[in-house]
Write a protein that binds this ligand. Structure first.
Ligand code: KG4
Ligand code: ZN
Length: 393
């Protein structure tokens, strides 16, 4: 099955073209094209993602990203046929509210030969609603033009599924296998908007058993970075400085709190950590490179300890056999290493994505689209953006 997937839930405009097939009892995934434009630089001056700006950028980026993806897949060919005017009229209606995108769409897309895909998968939540709508309407416009069904996908389910990919052959970064986890599994979802422990009793079944009471872990990384005068997104910056501090044996100026580390539930809280850094920085007054690196190290250590201890508790409580970790924060090296040790000690398997597929991408949405279509979710239902869409079913 050939799937075109579209992701616009936050500040990444991403489109992938993926072939997914069951062969000899395994799910084979071939990446034919995969393109992403990050808006991080544009949002940097706001210290976070500004929804209407993201929406405008997605409108600008979607057509070039589509063309690049099709071109990589060798499917960017001129059409020999004329599009019927009633189809173009329907596209005008679908893209009525995305006027910039409509202009780009009509200029370029009807001139492309139908790429003969089976399904269009698009993120419909969770995320920033103005940003989600652009992707959804673009997907519907493509579906109308090419007469292809469109399925809505849950962004967080995408993060879980992409963690289950393994290279089919070490030398080839286009061919993957979608692993089968052993259930029950515990999925830890850690991103800019989410911090959740999810119980999976079987494949594609999700029950949230713990979550953050306030800030998400990625948000905590980003806000601490801002307090330390580091650019957005803060996670990678904190991670880089923390690693430097460990190598140079720079100690933190003070120990930071590990919020809710020893509570009996599976919930998290990160706003106290962020505030503790804010007060510490105020007390110190003038920061230097060494102090910043020391605080970055201690922040990362506090976060890592809380995530690993709570996940361990969830694994023990539910007798889980696999830990699956998804979301941008699992790009973090220290957290990856710590979970390697945690899983080993617990005697469970550990699945997490390649660093490049940890943060938002469209490959993960193609996987979610595949799973949804197999579970006979009827395509072409009315698709609506839902900023708070939960993974829980
Ligand atoms: O999943 P994602 O790309 O977008 C959302 O769905 O939110 O996650 C983005 C988050 C940001 O908060 C970013 O700072 C964090 O992931 N992040 C990291 C690292 N790379 C990205 N956090 C810690 N260490 C990293 N290396
Ligand atoms: Zn994400």
């Amino acid at each position: 099955m050939r799937i075109l997937s579209i992701e616009t839930s936050c500040d990444e405009t991403a489109i992938a073209l993926v072939d997914i097939e069951e062969r000899d009892g395994t799910t084979k995934v071939s990446i034919l094209g995969n393109t992403l434009i990050s808006q991080a630089k544009i949002h940097e001056e706001f210290g976070g993602v500004f929804p209407n700006l993201a929406r405008r950028e997605h409108q600008k980026n979607l057509v070039p990203v589509l063309r690049q993806t099709l071109s990589e897949a060798n499917l960017l060919k001129p059409t020999p046929t004329q599009n019927h005017s009633h189809i173009l009229e329907n596209i005008r209606i679908v893209l009525e509210r995305e006027s910039e995108l409509l202009v780009e769409f009509l200029k370029h897309v009807p001139t492309i030969k139908n790429p003969e895909i089976d399904l269009i998968a698009v993120t419909n939540g969770p995320g920033l609603e103005p940003a989600l709508w652009v992707g959804i309407n673009f997907a519907r416009a493509l579906g109308t033009l090419w007469n292809i069904p469109v399925v809505p996908c849950n962004h967080m389910e995408g993060h879980v599924l992409v963690a289950m990919l393994r290279k089919d052959n070490e030398m080839n970064d286009k061919e993957y296998i979608l692993c089968k986890a052993q259930y029950p599994s515990i999925a830890l979802l850690i991103s800019g908007g989410h911090t959740e422990l999810v119980l999976m009793e079987k494949a594609n079944s999700y029950k949230v058993v713990g979550e953050t009471k306030d800030d998400a872990v990625g948000e905590c990384f980003d806000k601490v970075a801002r307090t330390l005068g580091l650019p957005y997104p803060g996670g990678p910056e904190i991670s880089r400085l923390a690693e430097k501090a460990r190598i140079k044996k720079i100690a933190p100026p003070e120990k930071l709190p590990r919020p809710m580390l020893n509570t009996n539930d599976l919930d998290f809280s990160f706003s106290g950590l962020k505030t503790a850094v804010l007060y510490l920085v105020k007390r110190i007054g003038t920061l230097n490179e060494e102090i910043i690196a020391g605080i970055a190290r201690e922040t990362e250590d506090a976060i890592t300890e809380v995530l690993s201890k709570k996940t361990k508790k969830a694994v023990e409580k539910y007798g889980a056999r696999t830990i699956i970790i998804g979301g941008g924060v699992i790009a973090n090296n220290n957290i990856r290493n710590e979970f390697g040790k945690t899983a080993m000690k617990l005697g469970v398997s550990l699945l997490f994505p390649e660093v490049s597929y940890s943060t938002d991408n469209a490959l993960m949405i193609a996987l979610a689209g595949y799973v949804n279509s197999k579970n006979s979710q009827s395509p072409n239902v009315v698709i609506k953006a839902n900023g708070n869409l939960s993974i829980d079913n």
